[in-house]
Design a protein around this ligand. Structure first.
Ligand code: VGL
Ligand code: ZN
Length: 237
C-alpha cells in the first residue's frame, strides 16, 4: 500500500506533469479555486474589546482575516443585527441575567447582554477590517422574536438566503472565520454542511465566548458534521 508521502509525491509528479489541475494541489497545502468563498462572521464592535459582548482577544482575528481575504476571489461578511428589545437580550426578560438560558418556541436560547442593535456603533464592523472587495454584507438576527447565530438559517429554521446566493454564484467551498467560534461561526459552519457545502473553519481567524462548555461542544459538533478545522497557514498562496 502506498503511504501518504508516496501519494503526495505521486500527486506532485502528476500535478507537475499538468495532469492534475494545479488549483487543487500545491505542496500539501489547501489551494483555493474559483468556487472558494471566505465568509467573515460578525467582526463587529460589540464583540471586540470594550464592546458590550466582548469576545476575549476578539481583535486578534482582524489581521488574520485581512491577510486571508487577500487570497480569496470572493468574500462575504455578516453582521449580527438585532432590534432594540430583541428576544436574545437578557434585559428583555424580567429577572434574567446575561448567560442564563430560557426555553423559546424554537428551543434553548442563551441570553446575552444587549449587543449589535441595528444602526448603533456597536453593530458596526471593525474599522480595522480592510476588505473593500467584500461583495455581500449579510445581516441576520433582525427579527425581534428570533435569534440567528447562523448566517444561513434563523433559529426557527427560516432561511437567510445565503445558501441560495452562494449556489447561484457557484461558490461551493465555504471557509469561515470571525466571532464567535462557538456561536455564530459554529452554527454557520453546521448549516453550511447541512446545505451541502464543503466547509472549513479557520481556527486562528476565530475566537470563542466559551460559556458553559460551549467551545469544546462546538468543535465536537463541527467535527462530527464533517467541518474541516484548519489554520490560516494551511492555505496555499
Ligand atoms: C454571537 C452571541 C450572540 C456571535 C451573536 O456572533 O457569535 N454570539 N449573538
Ligand atoms: Zn446576537
Amino acid at each position: 500500500m502506498l503511504d501518504r508521502r508516496q501519494v503526495l509525491a505521486g500527486l506532485g509528479t502528476i500535478a507537475a506533469a499538468g495532469l492534475l489541475p494545479k488549483a487543487l494541489w500545491a505542496a500539501g497545502k489547501i489551494s483555493l479555486d474559483r468556487t472558494s468563498v471566505l465568509v467573515v462572521i460578525d467582526v463587529q464592535n460589540c464583540f471586540l474589546p470594550g464592546g458590550s459582548l466582548a469576545v476575549k482577544d476578539g481583535d486578534k482575528v482582524v489581521p488574520v482575516i485581512n491577510a486571508l481575504a487577500k487570497k480569496f476571489p470572493d468574500v462575504v461578511m455578516t453582521q449580527d443585527w438585532h432590534t432594540p428589545g430583541h428576544v436574545s437580550f437578557a434585559s428583555t426578560h424580567s429577572g434574567k441575567k446575561p448567560f442564563e438560558t430560557i426555553d423559546l418556541k424554537y428551543g434553548k436560547q442563551v441570553l446575552w447582554p444587549d449587543h449589535c442593535v441595528q444602526g448603533t456603533d456597536g453593530a458596526g464592523l471593525s474599522k480595522d477590517l480592510a476588505i473593500p472587495q467584500a461583495e455581500l454584507i449579510l445581516r441576520k438576527g433582525y427579527n425581534k422574536d428570533t435569534d440567528s447565530y447562523s448566517a444561513f438559517n434563523e433559529a426557527d429554521g427560516r432561511s437567510t438566503g445565503l445558501a441560495s446566493y452562494l449556489k447561484a454564484r457557484k461558490l461551493q467551498r465555504v471557509f469561515l472565520a470571525g466571532l464567535a467560534t462557538d456561536f455564530c461561526v459554529a452554527w454557520s459552519a453546521l448549516d453550511a454542511r447541512k446545505a451541502g457545502f464543503d466547509t472549513y473553519v479557520i481556527e486562528d481567524g476565530c475566537r470563542g465566548i466559551d460559556t458553559g462548555g460551549s467551545l469544546a461542544k462546538a468543535w465536537a459538533d463541527m467535527a462530527k458534521a464533517g467541518v474541516k478545522r484548519i489554520q490560516s497557514s494551511d492555505l496555499a498562496g
